[in-house]
Design a protein around this ligand. Structure first.
Ligand code: HEM
Length: 253
């Protein structure tokens, strides 16, 4: 297929002979797979991040484990740069695929708003949550991932807390946390409905049950994320006079 032909397919959803193209379905599938992978990543990320609730030493040890300390003496922060680069590439690719579904003019957006008010349909509202949180994450997630790629050595109980408290990154993290938790779990719920994963014999009942589980997970993850952010803030506040000094492990004292 020539590049011109594939562009026509991508834009019109039909091939040059007017038959329905398979490209939109493939792009939809790719959007689901990348979205699911990213949601899984965030689920573990927020759990790992909460190691700070178990103390500075716990967060330090986990950071060093991700730097490959069991295999490389002292750890190698470049491993974090590489990991962040892979996640960043997937994040941008997922956003690029999602952009196809943005309303592409103000008139289209207004038409959507009227439709939303008329229908009061919860799935239309979910789509709105996805679009707005996705838009916010595009900027906030990019800032965060760029920092992680550029300064991977500045991750740790004091370095992270200094960044969050003294460098005033907490408002950014707060907004990112709310956006990412809503976006990930609402996204997973939409996948459950779209692919009918747990429909079983009674789809209506099982979809209701899925919705309840998703709502509980949103609440739990928001609480956990907020608790971790508060712990970083507290450490950052106590450490402000020593801003910039690094944490020394209890094993190295
Ligand atoms: C490999 C990639 C990533 C690494 C290495 C990483 C690392 C970190 C670290 C070390 C923190 C603690 C704060 C700090 O040191 O500045 C943090 C917090 C956070 N990250 Fe990431 N991150 C990654 C990807 C992402 C992505 C893709 C998102 C969402 C788009 C995300 C969302 C968050 C949020 C919301 C927080 C605050 C957590 C909380 O309040 O508990 N991170 N991340």
């Amino acid at each position: 297929m020539s590049q011109k032909e594939s562009t026509v397919e991508l834009l019109t959803g039909k091939d040059c002979e007017g038959k329905k193209s398979r490209i939109p379905a493939k792009l939809d599938w790719l959007q689901s797979v990348t979205g699911l992978f990213l949601a899984l990543f965030i689920t573990f990320h927020i759990l790992f991040e909460s190691s700070i609730l178990f103390g500075k030493e716990a967060m330090y040890k986990l950071t060093k484990m991700f730097e490959g300390e069991p295999f490389i003496e002292g750890g190698e922060p470049l491993i974090i740069t590489a990991l962040a680069f892979v996640i960043f590439s997937m994040f941008i690719f997922h956003a690029f695929l999602a952009m196809r579904k943005f309303p592409d003019s103000y008139t289209e957006y207004q038409r959507y708003r009227t439709h939303r008010k008329l229908l009061k349909h919860s799935d239309t509202n979910l789509w709105f949550i996805q679009i707005t949180t996705g838009f916010a994450m595009f900027f906030l997630g990019s800032i965060h991932l760029y920092m992680m790629m550029a300064e991977p050595e500045k991750i740790g109980p004091y370095a992270s807390s200094d960044r969050i408290f003294s460098d005033w990154m907490w408002p950014m993290y707060l907004l990112l946390l709310i956006s990412v938790v809503l976006h990930s779990w609402v996204g997973v719920y939409r996948l459950i409905i779209k692919w009918g994963w747990f429909d079983g014999k009674d789809p209506r009942k099982n979809r209701k049950r899925s919705k309840m589980i998703i709502k509980t997970l949103i609440a739990l993850y928001l609480l956990l994320g907020l608790a971790s952010l508060t712990a970083y803030m507290k450490i950052g506040y106590e450490h402000q006079d020593d801003y910039g000094s690094r944490y020394i492990s209890e094993n190295h004292k």
